[in-house]
Design a protein around this ligand. Structure first.
Ligand code: GLC
Length: 520
């Protein structure tokens, strides 16, 4: 089985958000060994596709989650990406209607890393810029050309190689031109045309609209007419990818169920419903070696499920670091992420005053919406003993917040999967979340399910509902004792690793996609 990922992000070469983490971890998890054909179809049928939401089964024991080495990951070479000295550099001519003469010369910069093969498409006019997707004026107008070039270069490189290709795994709209191109430009090239396409949607809010003019960056006039017909204004890349893929998934069963409804589907619900069992959700794994309070070098003390005493040290250190009284026992609520309405930061600012009155304290780390930042900073300057805001990107501080907080808040309005809540539980910090998408799949309310609870879940994304959940959480925290210790312990006991389920589910997805593509 040969799997090729195309993505706009992959940690550590390119990352702005969860997409980068997930593509890297997924590539590592599935590129780990020999293929396992036996029983694959059965696994697929019973375990993977839960298109209507609900509970995901455990991966059955004994089935390897691995596809055969190597997994390739194609990425743009953005500004500032450092590459190892022994990387190979190969020139490649890429068909490009945008270029004089119809061809653009790019370089492929390639190396083995972290168990998979990184293949950077190097073309400075397209990728050597300050941002990945846009700048202060918004999205780059030539994104269709840029990501079209990424995809076309990947397909040309694969075409030129004497190796079979089984699956093109395309992540988010930036990789969708590859699905279009497979069908339109390569119908007489079996190596590409016979490859199965698996599309993973990390966030349906970004759909990649290209006007007719922008499409000219990836195809000629005649080819555009073939794609969109003679009259359409343009196309949505994500919709094209969805329609052409053998299998489509989102990054949690909960979000998969939500996006089938008009309220969350953002115009894409109908085409997704039309896929039936070819659409479903696979929860992202977490790199449990990278996120482990027992080995985390950013923490002042390590701790584990068996011995949580180091967590108290982390708490005191965090409180001192942000200027709070380290001996004060009142609850500390942590929140990390993009300060924007999707993540529900406005709900937190709305609830903050009441939370402070009730004795809660807030430690916030993130960047984003200047208005939200200003509101939080105003609160912090009035109540430096109880509100701390760090407006920056700081991986080490994030780790100290996961470890040192008493509760972790994630009130996202929608959340395809989310990673913060998993990390918080693993670090013994119960999470307060809105019941949506991946958050609903990963956190169990401790009042509704006293024996299974791992956090506190609220139903509607309103200030009042968040506040009520925080009150419940703080009262459990202050009651302390065995019930609190058990709540922490249940969260820490969960195995979020790729190997515990998601890697196998992707491997099975690849096998099923291949058999769908090869069906007579
Ligand atoms: C996007 C989603 C997030 C998800 C991540 C990785 O960033 O917003 O919920 O965890 O992709 O799949």
């Amino acid at each position: 089985m040969r799997v090729v990922c195309i993505s706009a992000e992959c940690e550590p070469w390119a990352k702005t958000g969860g997409l980068g983490d997930v593509v890297d971890a997924l590539a590592r998890a599935v590129a780990c060994g020999s293929d396992q054909e036996a029983g694959a179809e059965q696994v697929v049928q019973s375990q993977v596709w839960v298109g209507t939401g609900g509970v995901m089964g455990q991966a059955p024991g004994g089935v390897s989650p691995c596809v055969d080495r190597p997994v390739d990951v194609f990425l743009p070479r953005y500004r500032g990406v450092s590459v190892p000295n022994d990387a190979s550099v190969t020139p490649l001519s890429v068909p490009d209607p945008h270029a004089a003469g119809g061809v653009t010369e790019v370089k492929l910069v390639e190396f083995e890393a972290r168990g998979y093969r990184v293949r950077l498409v190097d073309h400075p006019p397209a990728f050597d810029r300050d941002g990945y997707y846009g700048d202060d004026d918004g999205d780059f107008a030539d994104n269709g050309w840029r990501f079209g070039l990424l995809c076309r270069a990947a397909l040309e490189a694969l075409l030129a190689e004497d190796r079979p290709l089984d699956v093109l795994h395309l992540h988010d709209w930036q990789a969708m031109p590859a699905a279009l191109m497979r069908d339109i430009f390569y119908s007489d090239k079996p190596r590409i045309f016979d490859a199965a396409v698996v599309v993973t949607i990390h966030n349906l809010a970004y759909q990649g609209w290209l006007s007719r003019e922008q499409l000219a960056g990836i195809a000629t006039v005649a080819e555009i007419s073939k794609m969109v017909g003679p009259h359409a204004d343009g196309l949505l890349l994500l919709r094209e990818g969805i329609k052409r893929a053998e299998l489509v998934n989102t990054v949690s069963p909960g979000y998969a169920a939500e996006v089938l409804t008009p309220a969350f589907g953002l115009g894409m619900d109908k085409v997704l419903r039309g896929l039936g069992h070819r659409f479903g959700g696979i929860i992202n794994g977490l790199d449990t070696a990278l996120w482990d309070p027992g080995t985390d070098s950013a923490l002042p003390a390590s701790y584990s499920r068996a011995d949580l005493s180091g967590k108290a040290t982390c708490r005191r250190a965090l409180l001192s670091e942000v200027g709070f009284d380290p001996d004060d026992e009142r609850a500390v609520l942590g929140m990390i992420g993009r300060l924007d309405p999707q993540k529900g930061f406005d709900l937190l600012t709305g609830a903050a005053k009441d939370l402070l009155v009730e004795g809660g304290r807030l430690v916030v780390l993130g960047t984003g919406d200047p208005k939200l930042v200003a509101e939080l900073e105003a609160l912090a300057s009035k109540r430096p003993d109880a509100v701390a805001v760090s407006e920056r990107f700081d991986r080490a501080l994030a780790r100290r917040i996961y470890a040192g907080s008493d509760l972790f808040v994630m009130p996202s309005r929608f959340e395809p999967c989310g990673q913060g809540q998993m990390i918080a539980l693993r670090y013994g910090t119960p999470a307060i979340v809105h019941r949506t998408g991946g958050l609903a799949d990963t956190v169990v309310d401790a009042d509704a399910f006293p024996d299974e609870g791992t956090g506190f879940v609220f139903e509607t994304p309103t200030v009042a509902a968040l506040l009520e959940a925080c009150r419940r959480a703080m009262s459990h925290y202050h009651a302390g004792g065995i019930a609190w210790a058990e709540l922490q312990d249940r969260g820490m006991a969960i195995d979020w690793s790729w190997e515990a389920g998601p890697a196998e589910q992707y491997a099975a997805t690849y096998r099923r996609a291949v058999s769908l593509r090869r069906e007579p």
